[in-house]
Each structure stands twice: as C-alpha cells, then as structure tokens.
Write a protein that binds this ligand. Structure first.
Ligand code: LMR
Length: 404
C-alpha cells in the first residue's frame, strides 16, 4: 500500500532546529528558528501570561468544543488589537474573524477559502518569503509566484521593482505581504510606502493578504498594525471599502508557541458579505479540524482583556523588542570592529526577529560545521536567539566565514 511513499526531505527551518537539538557541542548557538529566547537563552514564560493562565485554570471551567469560529471573547480581543477598538470596519461588522491554529492555520484556512471562492486567482509572495508560504498556498491548490522585494545589493527594500511587478499581475491576484518584521529579511515598508502601495493594490483590484506574526516586535503594537488599519480604511476601485485578509499570531508576542494561538480576519465591503465569508470560513474549518483548541485562546483573551494583565504584557513585549534591538547593536559593533571596510548597517535598519545576513549557503554551512552557529541556509539569522553570552562569538564566527 505504501511502498511508493517517498521520504520527506525535511523542513528548512524545523529540521534544522531538530539538528541543533542533537548537536552536543556545548558552545552551540541556535539562530535558526523564529523563537524569542531571553538573555539566559531560555524561552520565556511571560509573567502576564503566567498570571492569565493561572486565572484560566482557577476557573476550573468545563472544556466543551468551541464554536467552529472559536471563542467569542478571543475573537473580539483580536479584532480590537488588530484594527484598534472602535474602528469603523468593526463597528460596521465588516470583519469576519476566526480563531485559528496558530497563524499558519489561519493562512491555510484563508488559502482554502481563496481556492474555492476566487478560482483562477494566483498568489504572489515576496522574494524571498517565509519558507513555508509557497508550500502552504500550493498545498491549497493555488499557483504561487513571487514579486521583487529585497535588494541584496543594498540590504533594503526594492520598492519600485515591487510596485512595477504588482502593476502587471492580473486583477484578483492575491498579494501576500508581511505587515511588519518581514520574515526572513527584517526589511519592512515604511508608512509612506504603505500609503503609496495601497492605492495601487486598490486600482489593480488585487487582494492583499497580510501575515502579521510579529506584532509588537517592530515599533509597537499599534505602529506594527499600520498596514491593517490603513487597508481597513481604504476604498477599492469601485468606491466600496477594500477587501483583504490578515492572519495574526500570539506565538512570539506572548511566547505561546505550542499553544497555537492565532486568528484569520477577512475584511469585507459590507456586513452582509462578512456574514457569508464567516460562514464559508467555518465550513472550511469544519471539514479540516472541526474547531480550534480552547486553552491557549483563553489565556490570550485574558491577557488582552484584563487591563492590569494587558499593561504588564505590553511592558514585557516592549522589553523583548528592546533586547532584540540591543543585540542588533552589539552584533553590528562586533562585525564592524572586525571588518571595518564592510557596511553592516543593515543589522540596524532591519527590524523584528530576523536579519538577512547575505551569507550564502556555503558560508552558512561553515558557520554550523566549524563554529556550531545555526542559521537558516537562506542566510536568515534569528536575532532573537542572540544574548550577551553568545553575540560576540556569533559576530566573530560570521567575520571568519565572511573573510574566508
Ligand atoms: C520561523 O520562521 O522560524 C518560525 O515562524 C517558525 C516556523 O514555523 O517556521
């Protein structure tokens, strides 16, 4: 029956993380997977999250199946976090939100929905993009292409080339864009660039699909949701409110990776459309995994909804963000001291958990084999894995392979 089944080639990120766990060299450094580690190299349990979980457990509540679309309190809090409480799109009931199994689950439900209701639409992802994006949309039966995004020569955004490409793709194409803290490059659109891009997307009748996995790791919670809020306020070519989708996650921002807490929100032109879209998202979920898990979402709802926990969480999130920025500075200084002729300014201008180092796969392999420093083979470095005990060693190892 299964003789013909081929071996799995492994995942470029998750398999590397497994290899790291098996590496017995004591000085090994994990800068591969997108996980925030604290300065002691541990995955933190945020105090706000720990207290919220204690409250959830103390309720000793039964654990029924959640509704297909998830818990109402979670969904309301997510909407307020993304759009800002009282946003016209929320007041007008134009947003269909489901609780999802991480933002990956949300992205996939949205991809299945697109495959069914926008047949013929194809998907454009940035070049480069998160390794799993292409596979996820192809897995939903959609053709995937890429648009220019990152300029290796400057380490910055190729905004003109991106816009030129998007001007030429067919109407109703899906354009996947990181709302902030681009994975893998750390290169983001400025607010002025969003303001220029959104009318282009509207005029060309394209469907923006935002991936917001790192809200709060760039500049701040509201600032990092700029694209969501600007799109929600925009009008399409027909003068009606613009339609788009956004998948968001609490894996990183609440350090709740394994709880798989995320959401998918589809913003529609009016409340009637949103009712139907929500219904079809529910249909998609029901035929996949029926309904989302209950525990993590209740922790998230408590953190977001209880003012004292919310304030504490925002402070903890800001501390994570600032620690990453501090590590960027140390890595930049270490490399610049070693190789003064080379410009490492991109470490300071890129934001969020990741930096694209420009190291080629051969150099990345050398880093891992000779120095036990793990980066994704694309050259992506997870800055959130650096700490005061490993950042210098990382800089010196990178300088060694860049030199050789
Ligand atoms: C990453 O990009 O490393 C993370 O988002 C984890 C993953 O699922 O790939």
């Amino acid at each position: 029956m299964f003789e013909h089944v081929e071996p799995f080639a492994g995942d470029p990120i998750l398999s590397l993380n497994e290899d790291f766990q098996k590496d017995s060299r004591p000085h090994r450094i994990n800068l591969s997977i997108g996980i925030y580690f604290d300065d002691a190299g541990r995955i933190p349990v945020l105090d706000s999250v720990r207290r919220a979980e204690a409250k959830v457990v103390a309720r000793n509540a039964p654990k029924p199946y959640l509704p297909i679309e998830g818990a109402a309190n979670f969904r309301e809090q997510v909407q307020a976090l993304l759009f800002g409480a009282g946003h016209e799109a929320l007041a007008g009931k134009r947003v269909a939100t489901i609780q999802s199994v991480g933002s990956s689950g949300g992205l996939k439900v949205g991809a299945d929905f697109i495959a069914r209701w926008l047949p013929g639409s194809e998907v454009w992802v940035s070049d480069p993009s998160w390794e799993n994006h292409r596979s996820m949309f192809e897995g939903a039966g959609l053709a995937v292409h890429s648009y220019p995004y990152y300029d290796p020569a400057t380490g910055a955004l190729s905004f003109e080339a991106m816009c030129d490409a998007l001007r030429r793709i067919p109407a109703k194409s899906v354009v996947l864009i990181h709302a902030c803290c681009h994975n893998p490059t750390g290169v983001d659109l400025s607010t002025a660039q969003w303001d220029a891009l959104i009318p282009l997307l509207a005029e060309r009748e394209l469907l923006p699909y935002l991936d917001l996995a790192y809200q709060g790791f760039g500049t701040g919670l509201a600032e990092d949701a700029y694209a969501v809020r600007a799109l929600a306020a925009a009008r399409g070519k027909d003068g009606r409110p613009m339609s788009f989708a956004v998948a968001n996650s609490f894996s990183k921002s609440m350090s709740l990776y394994g709880e798989r807490c995320g959401a998918l929100s589809v913003v529609c032109a009016d409340a009637g459309e949103a009712v139907n879209v929500l219904g079809q998202l529910k249909f998609t979920v029901r035929r996949n995994y029926s309904s989302p898990p209950i525990h993590g979402g209740q922790i998230v709802a408590a953190v977001l909804g209880e003012p004292e926990l919310r304030t504490a969480w925002e402070a903890e999130l800001a501390a994570m963000r600032e620690r990453i920025k501090a590590m960027r500075k140390v890595l930049h200084a270490t490399l610049t001291a070693k190789m003064p002729a080379r410009d490492f300014g991109y470490f300071l201008s890129q934001q969020g958990m990741f930096s694209y180092t420009g190291l080629d796969p051969r150099q990345v392999d050398r880093l891992r084999e000779e120095f036990a420093v793990y980066l994704v083979r694309s050259g992506r470095l997870c800055v959130a894995g650096l700490n005061s005990g490993n950042v210098e060693a990382t800089g010196l190892a990178m300088a060694a392979v860049l030199d050789g």
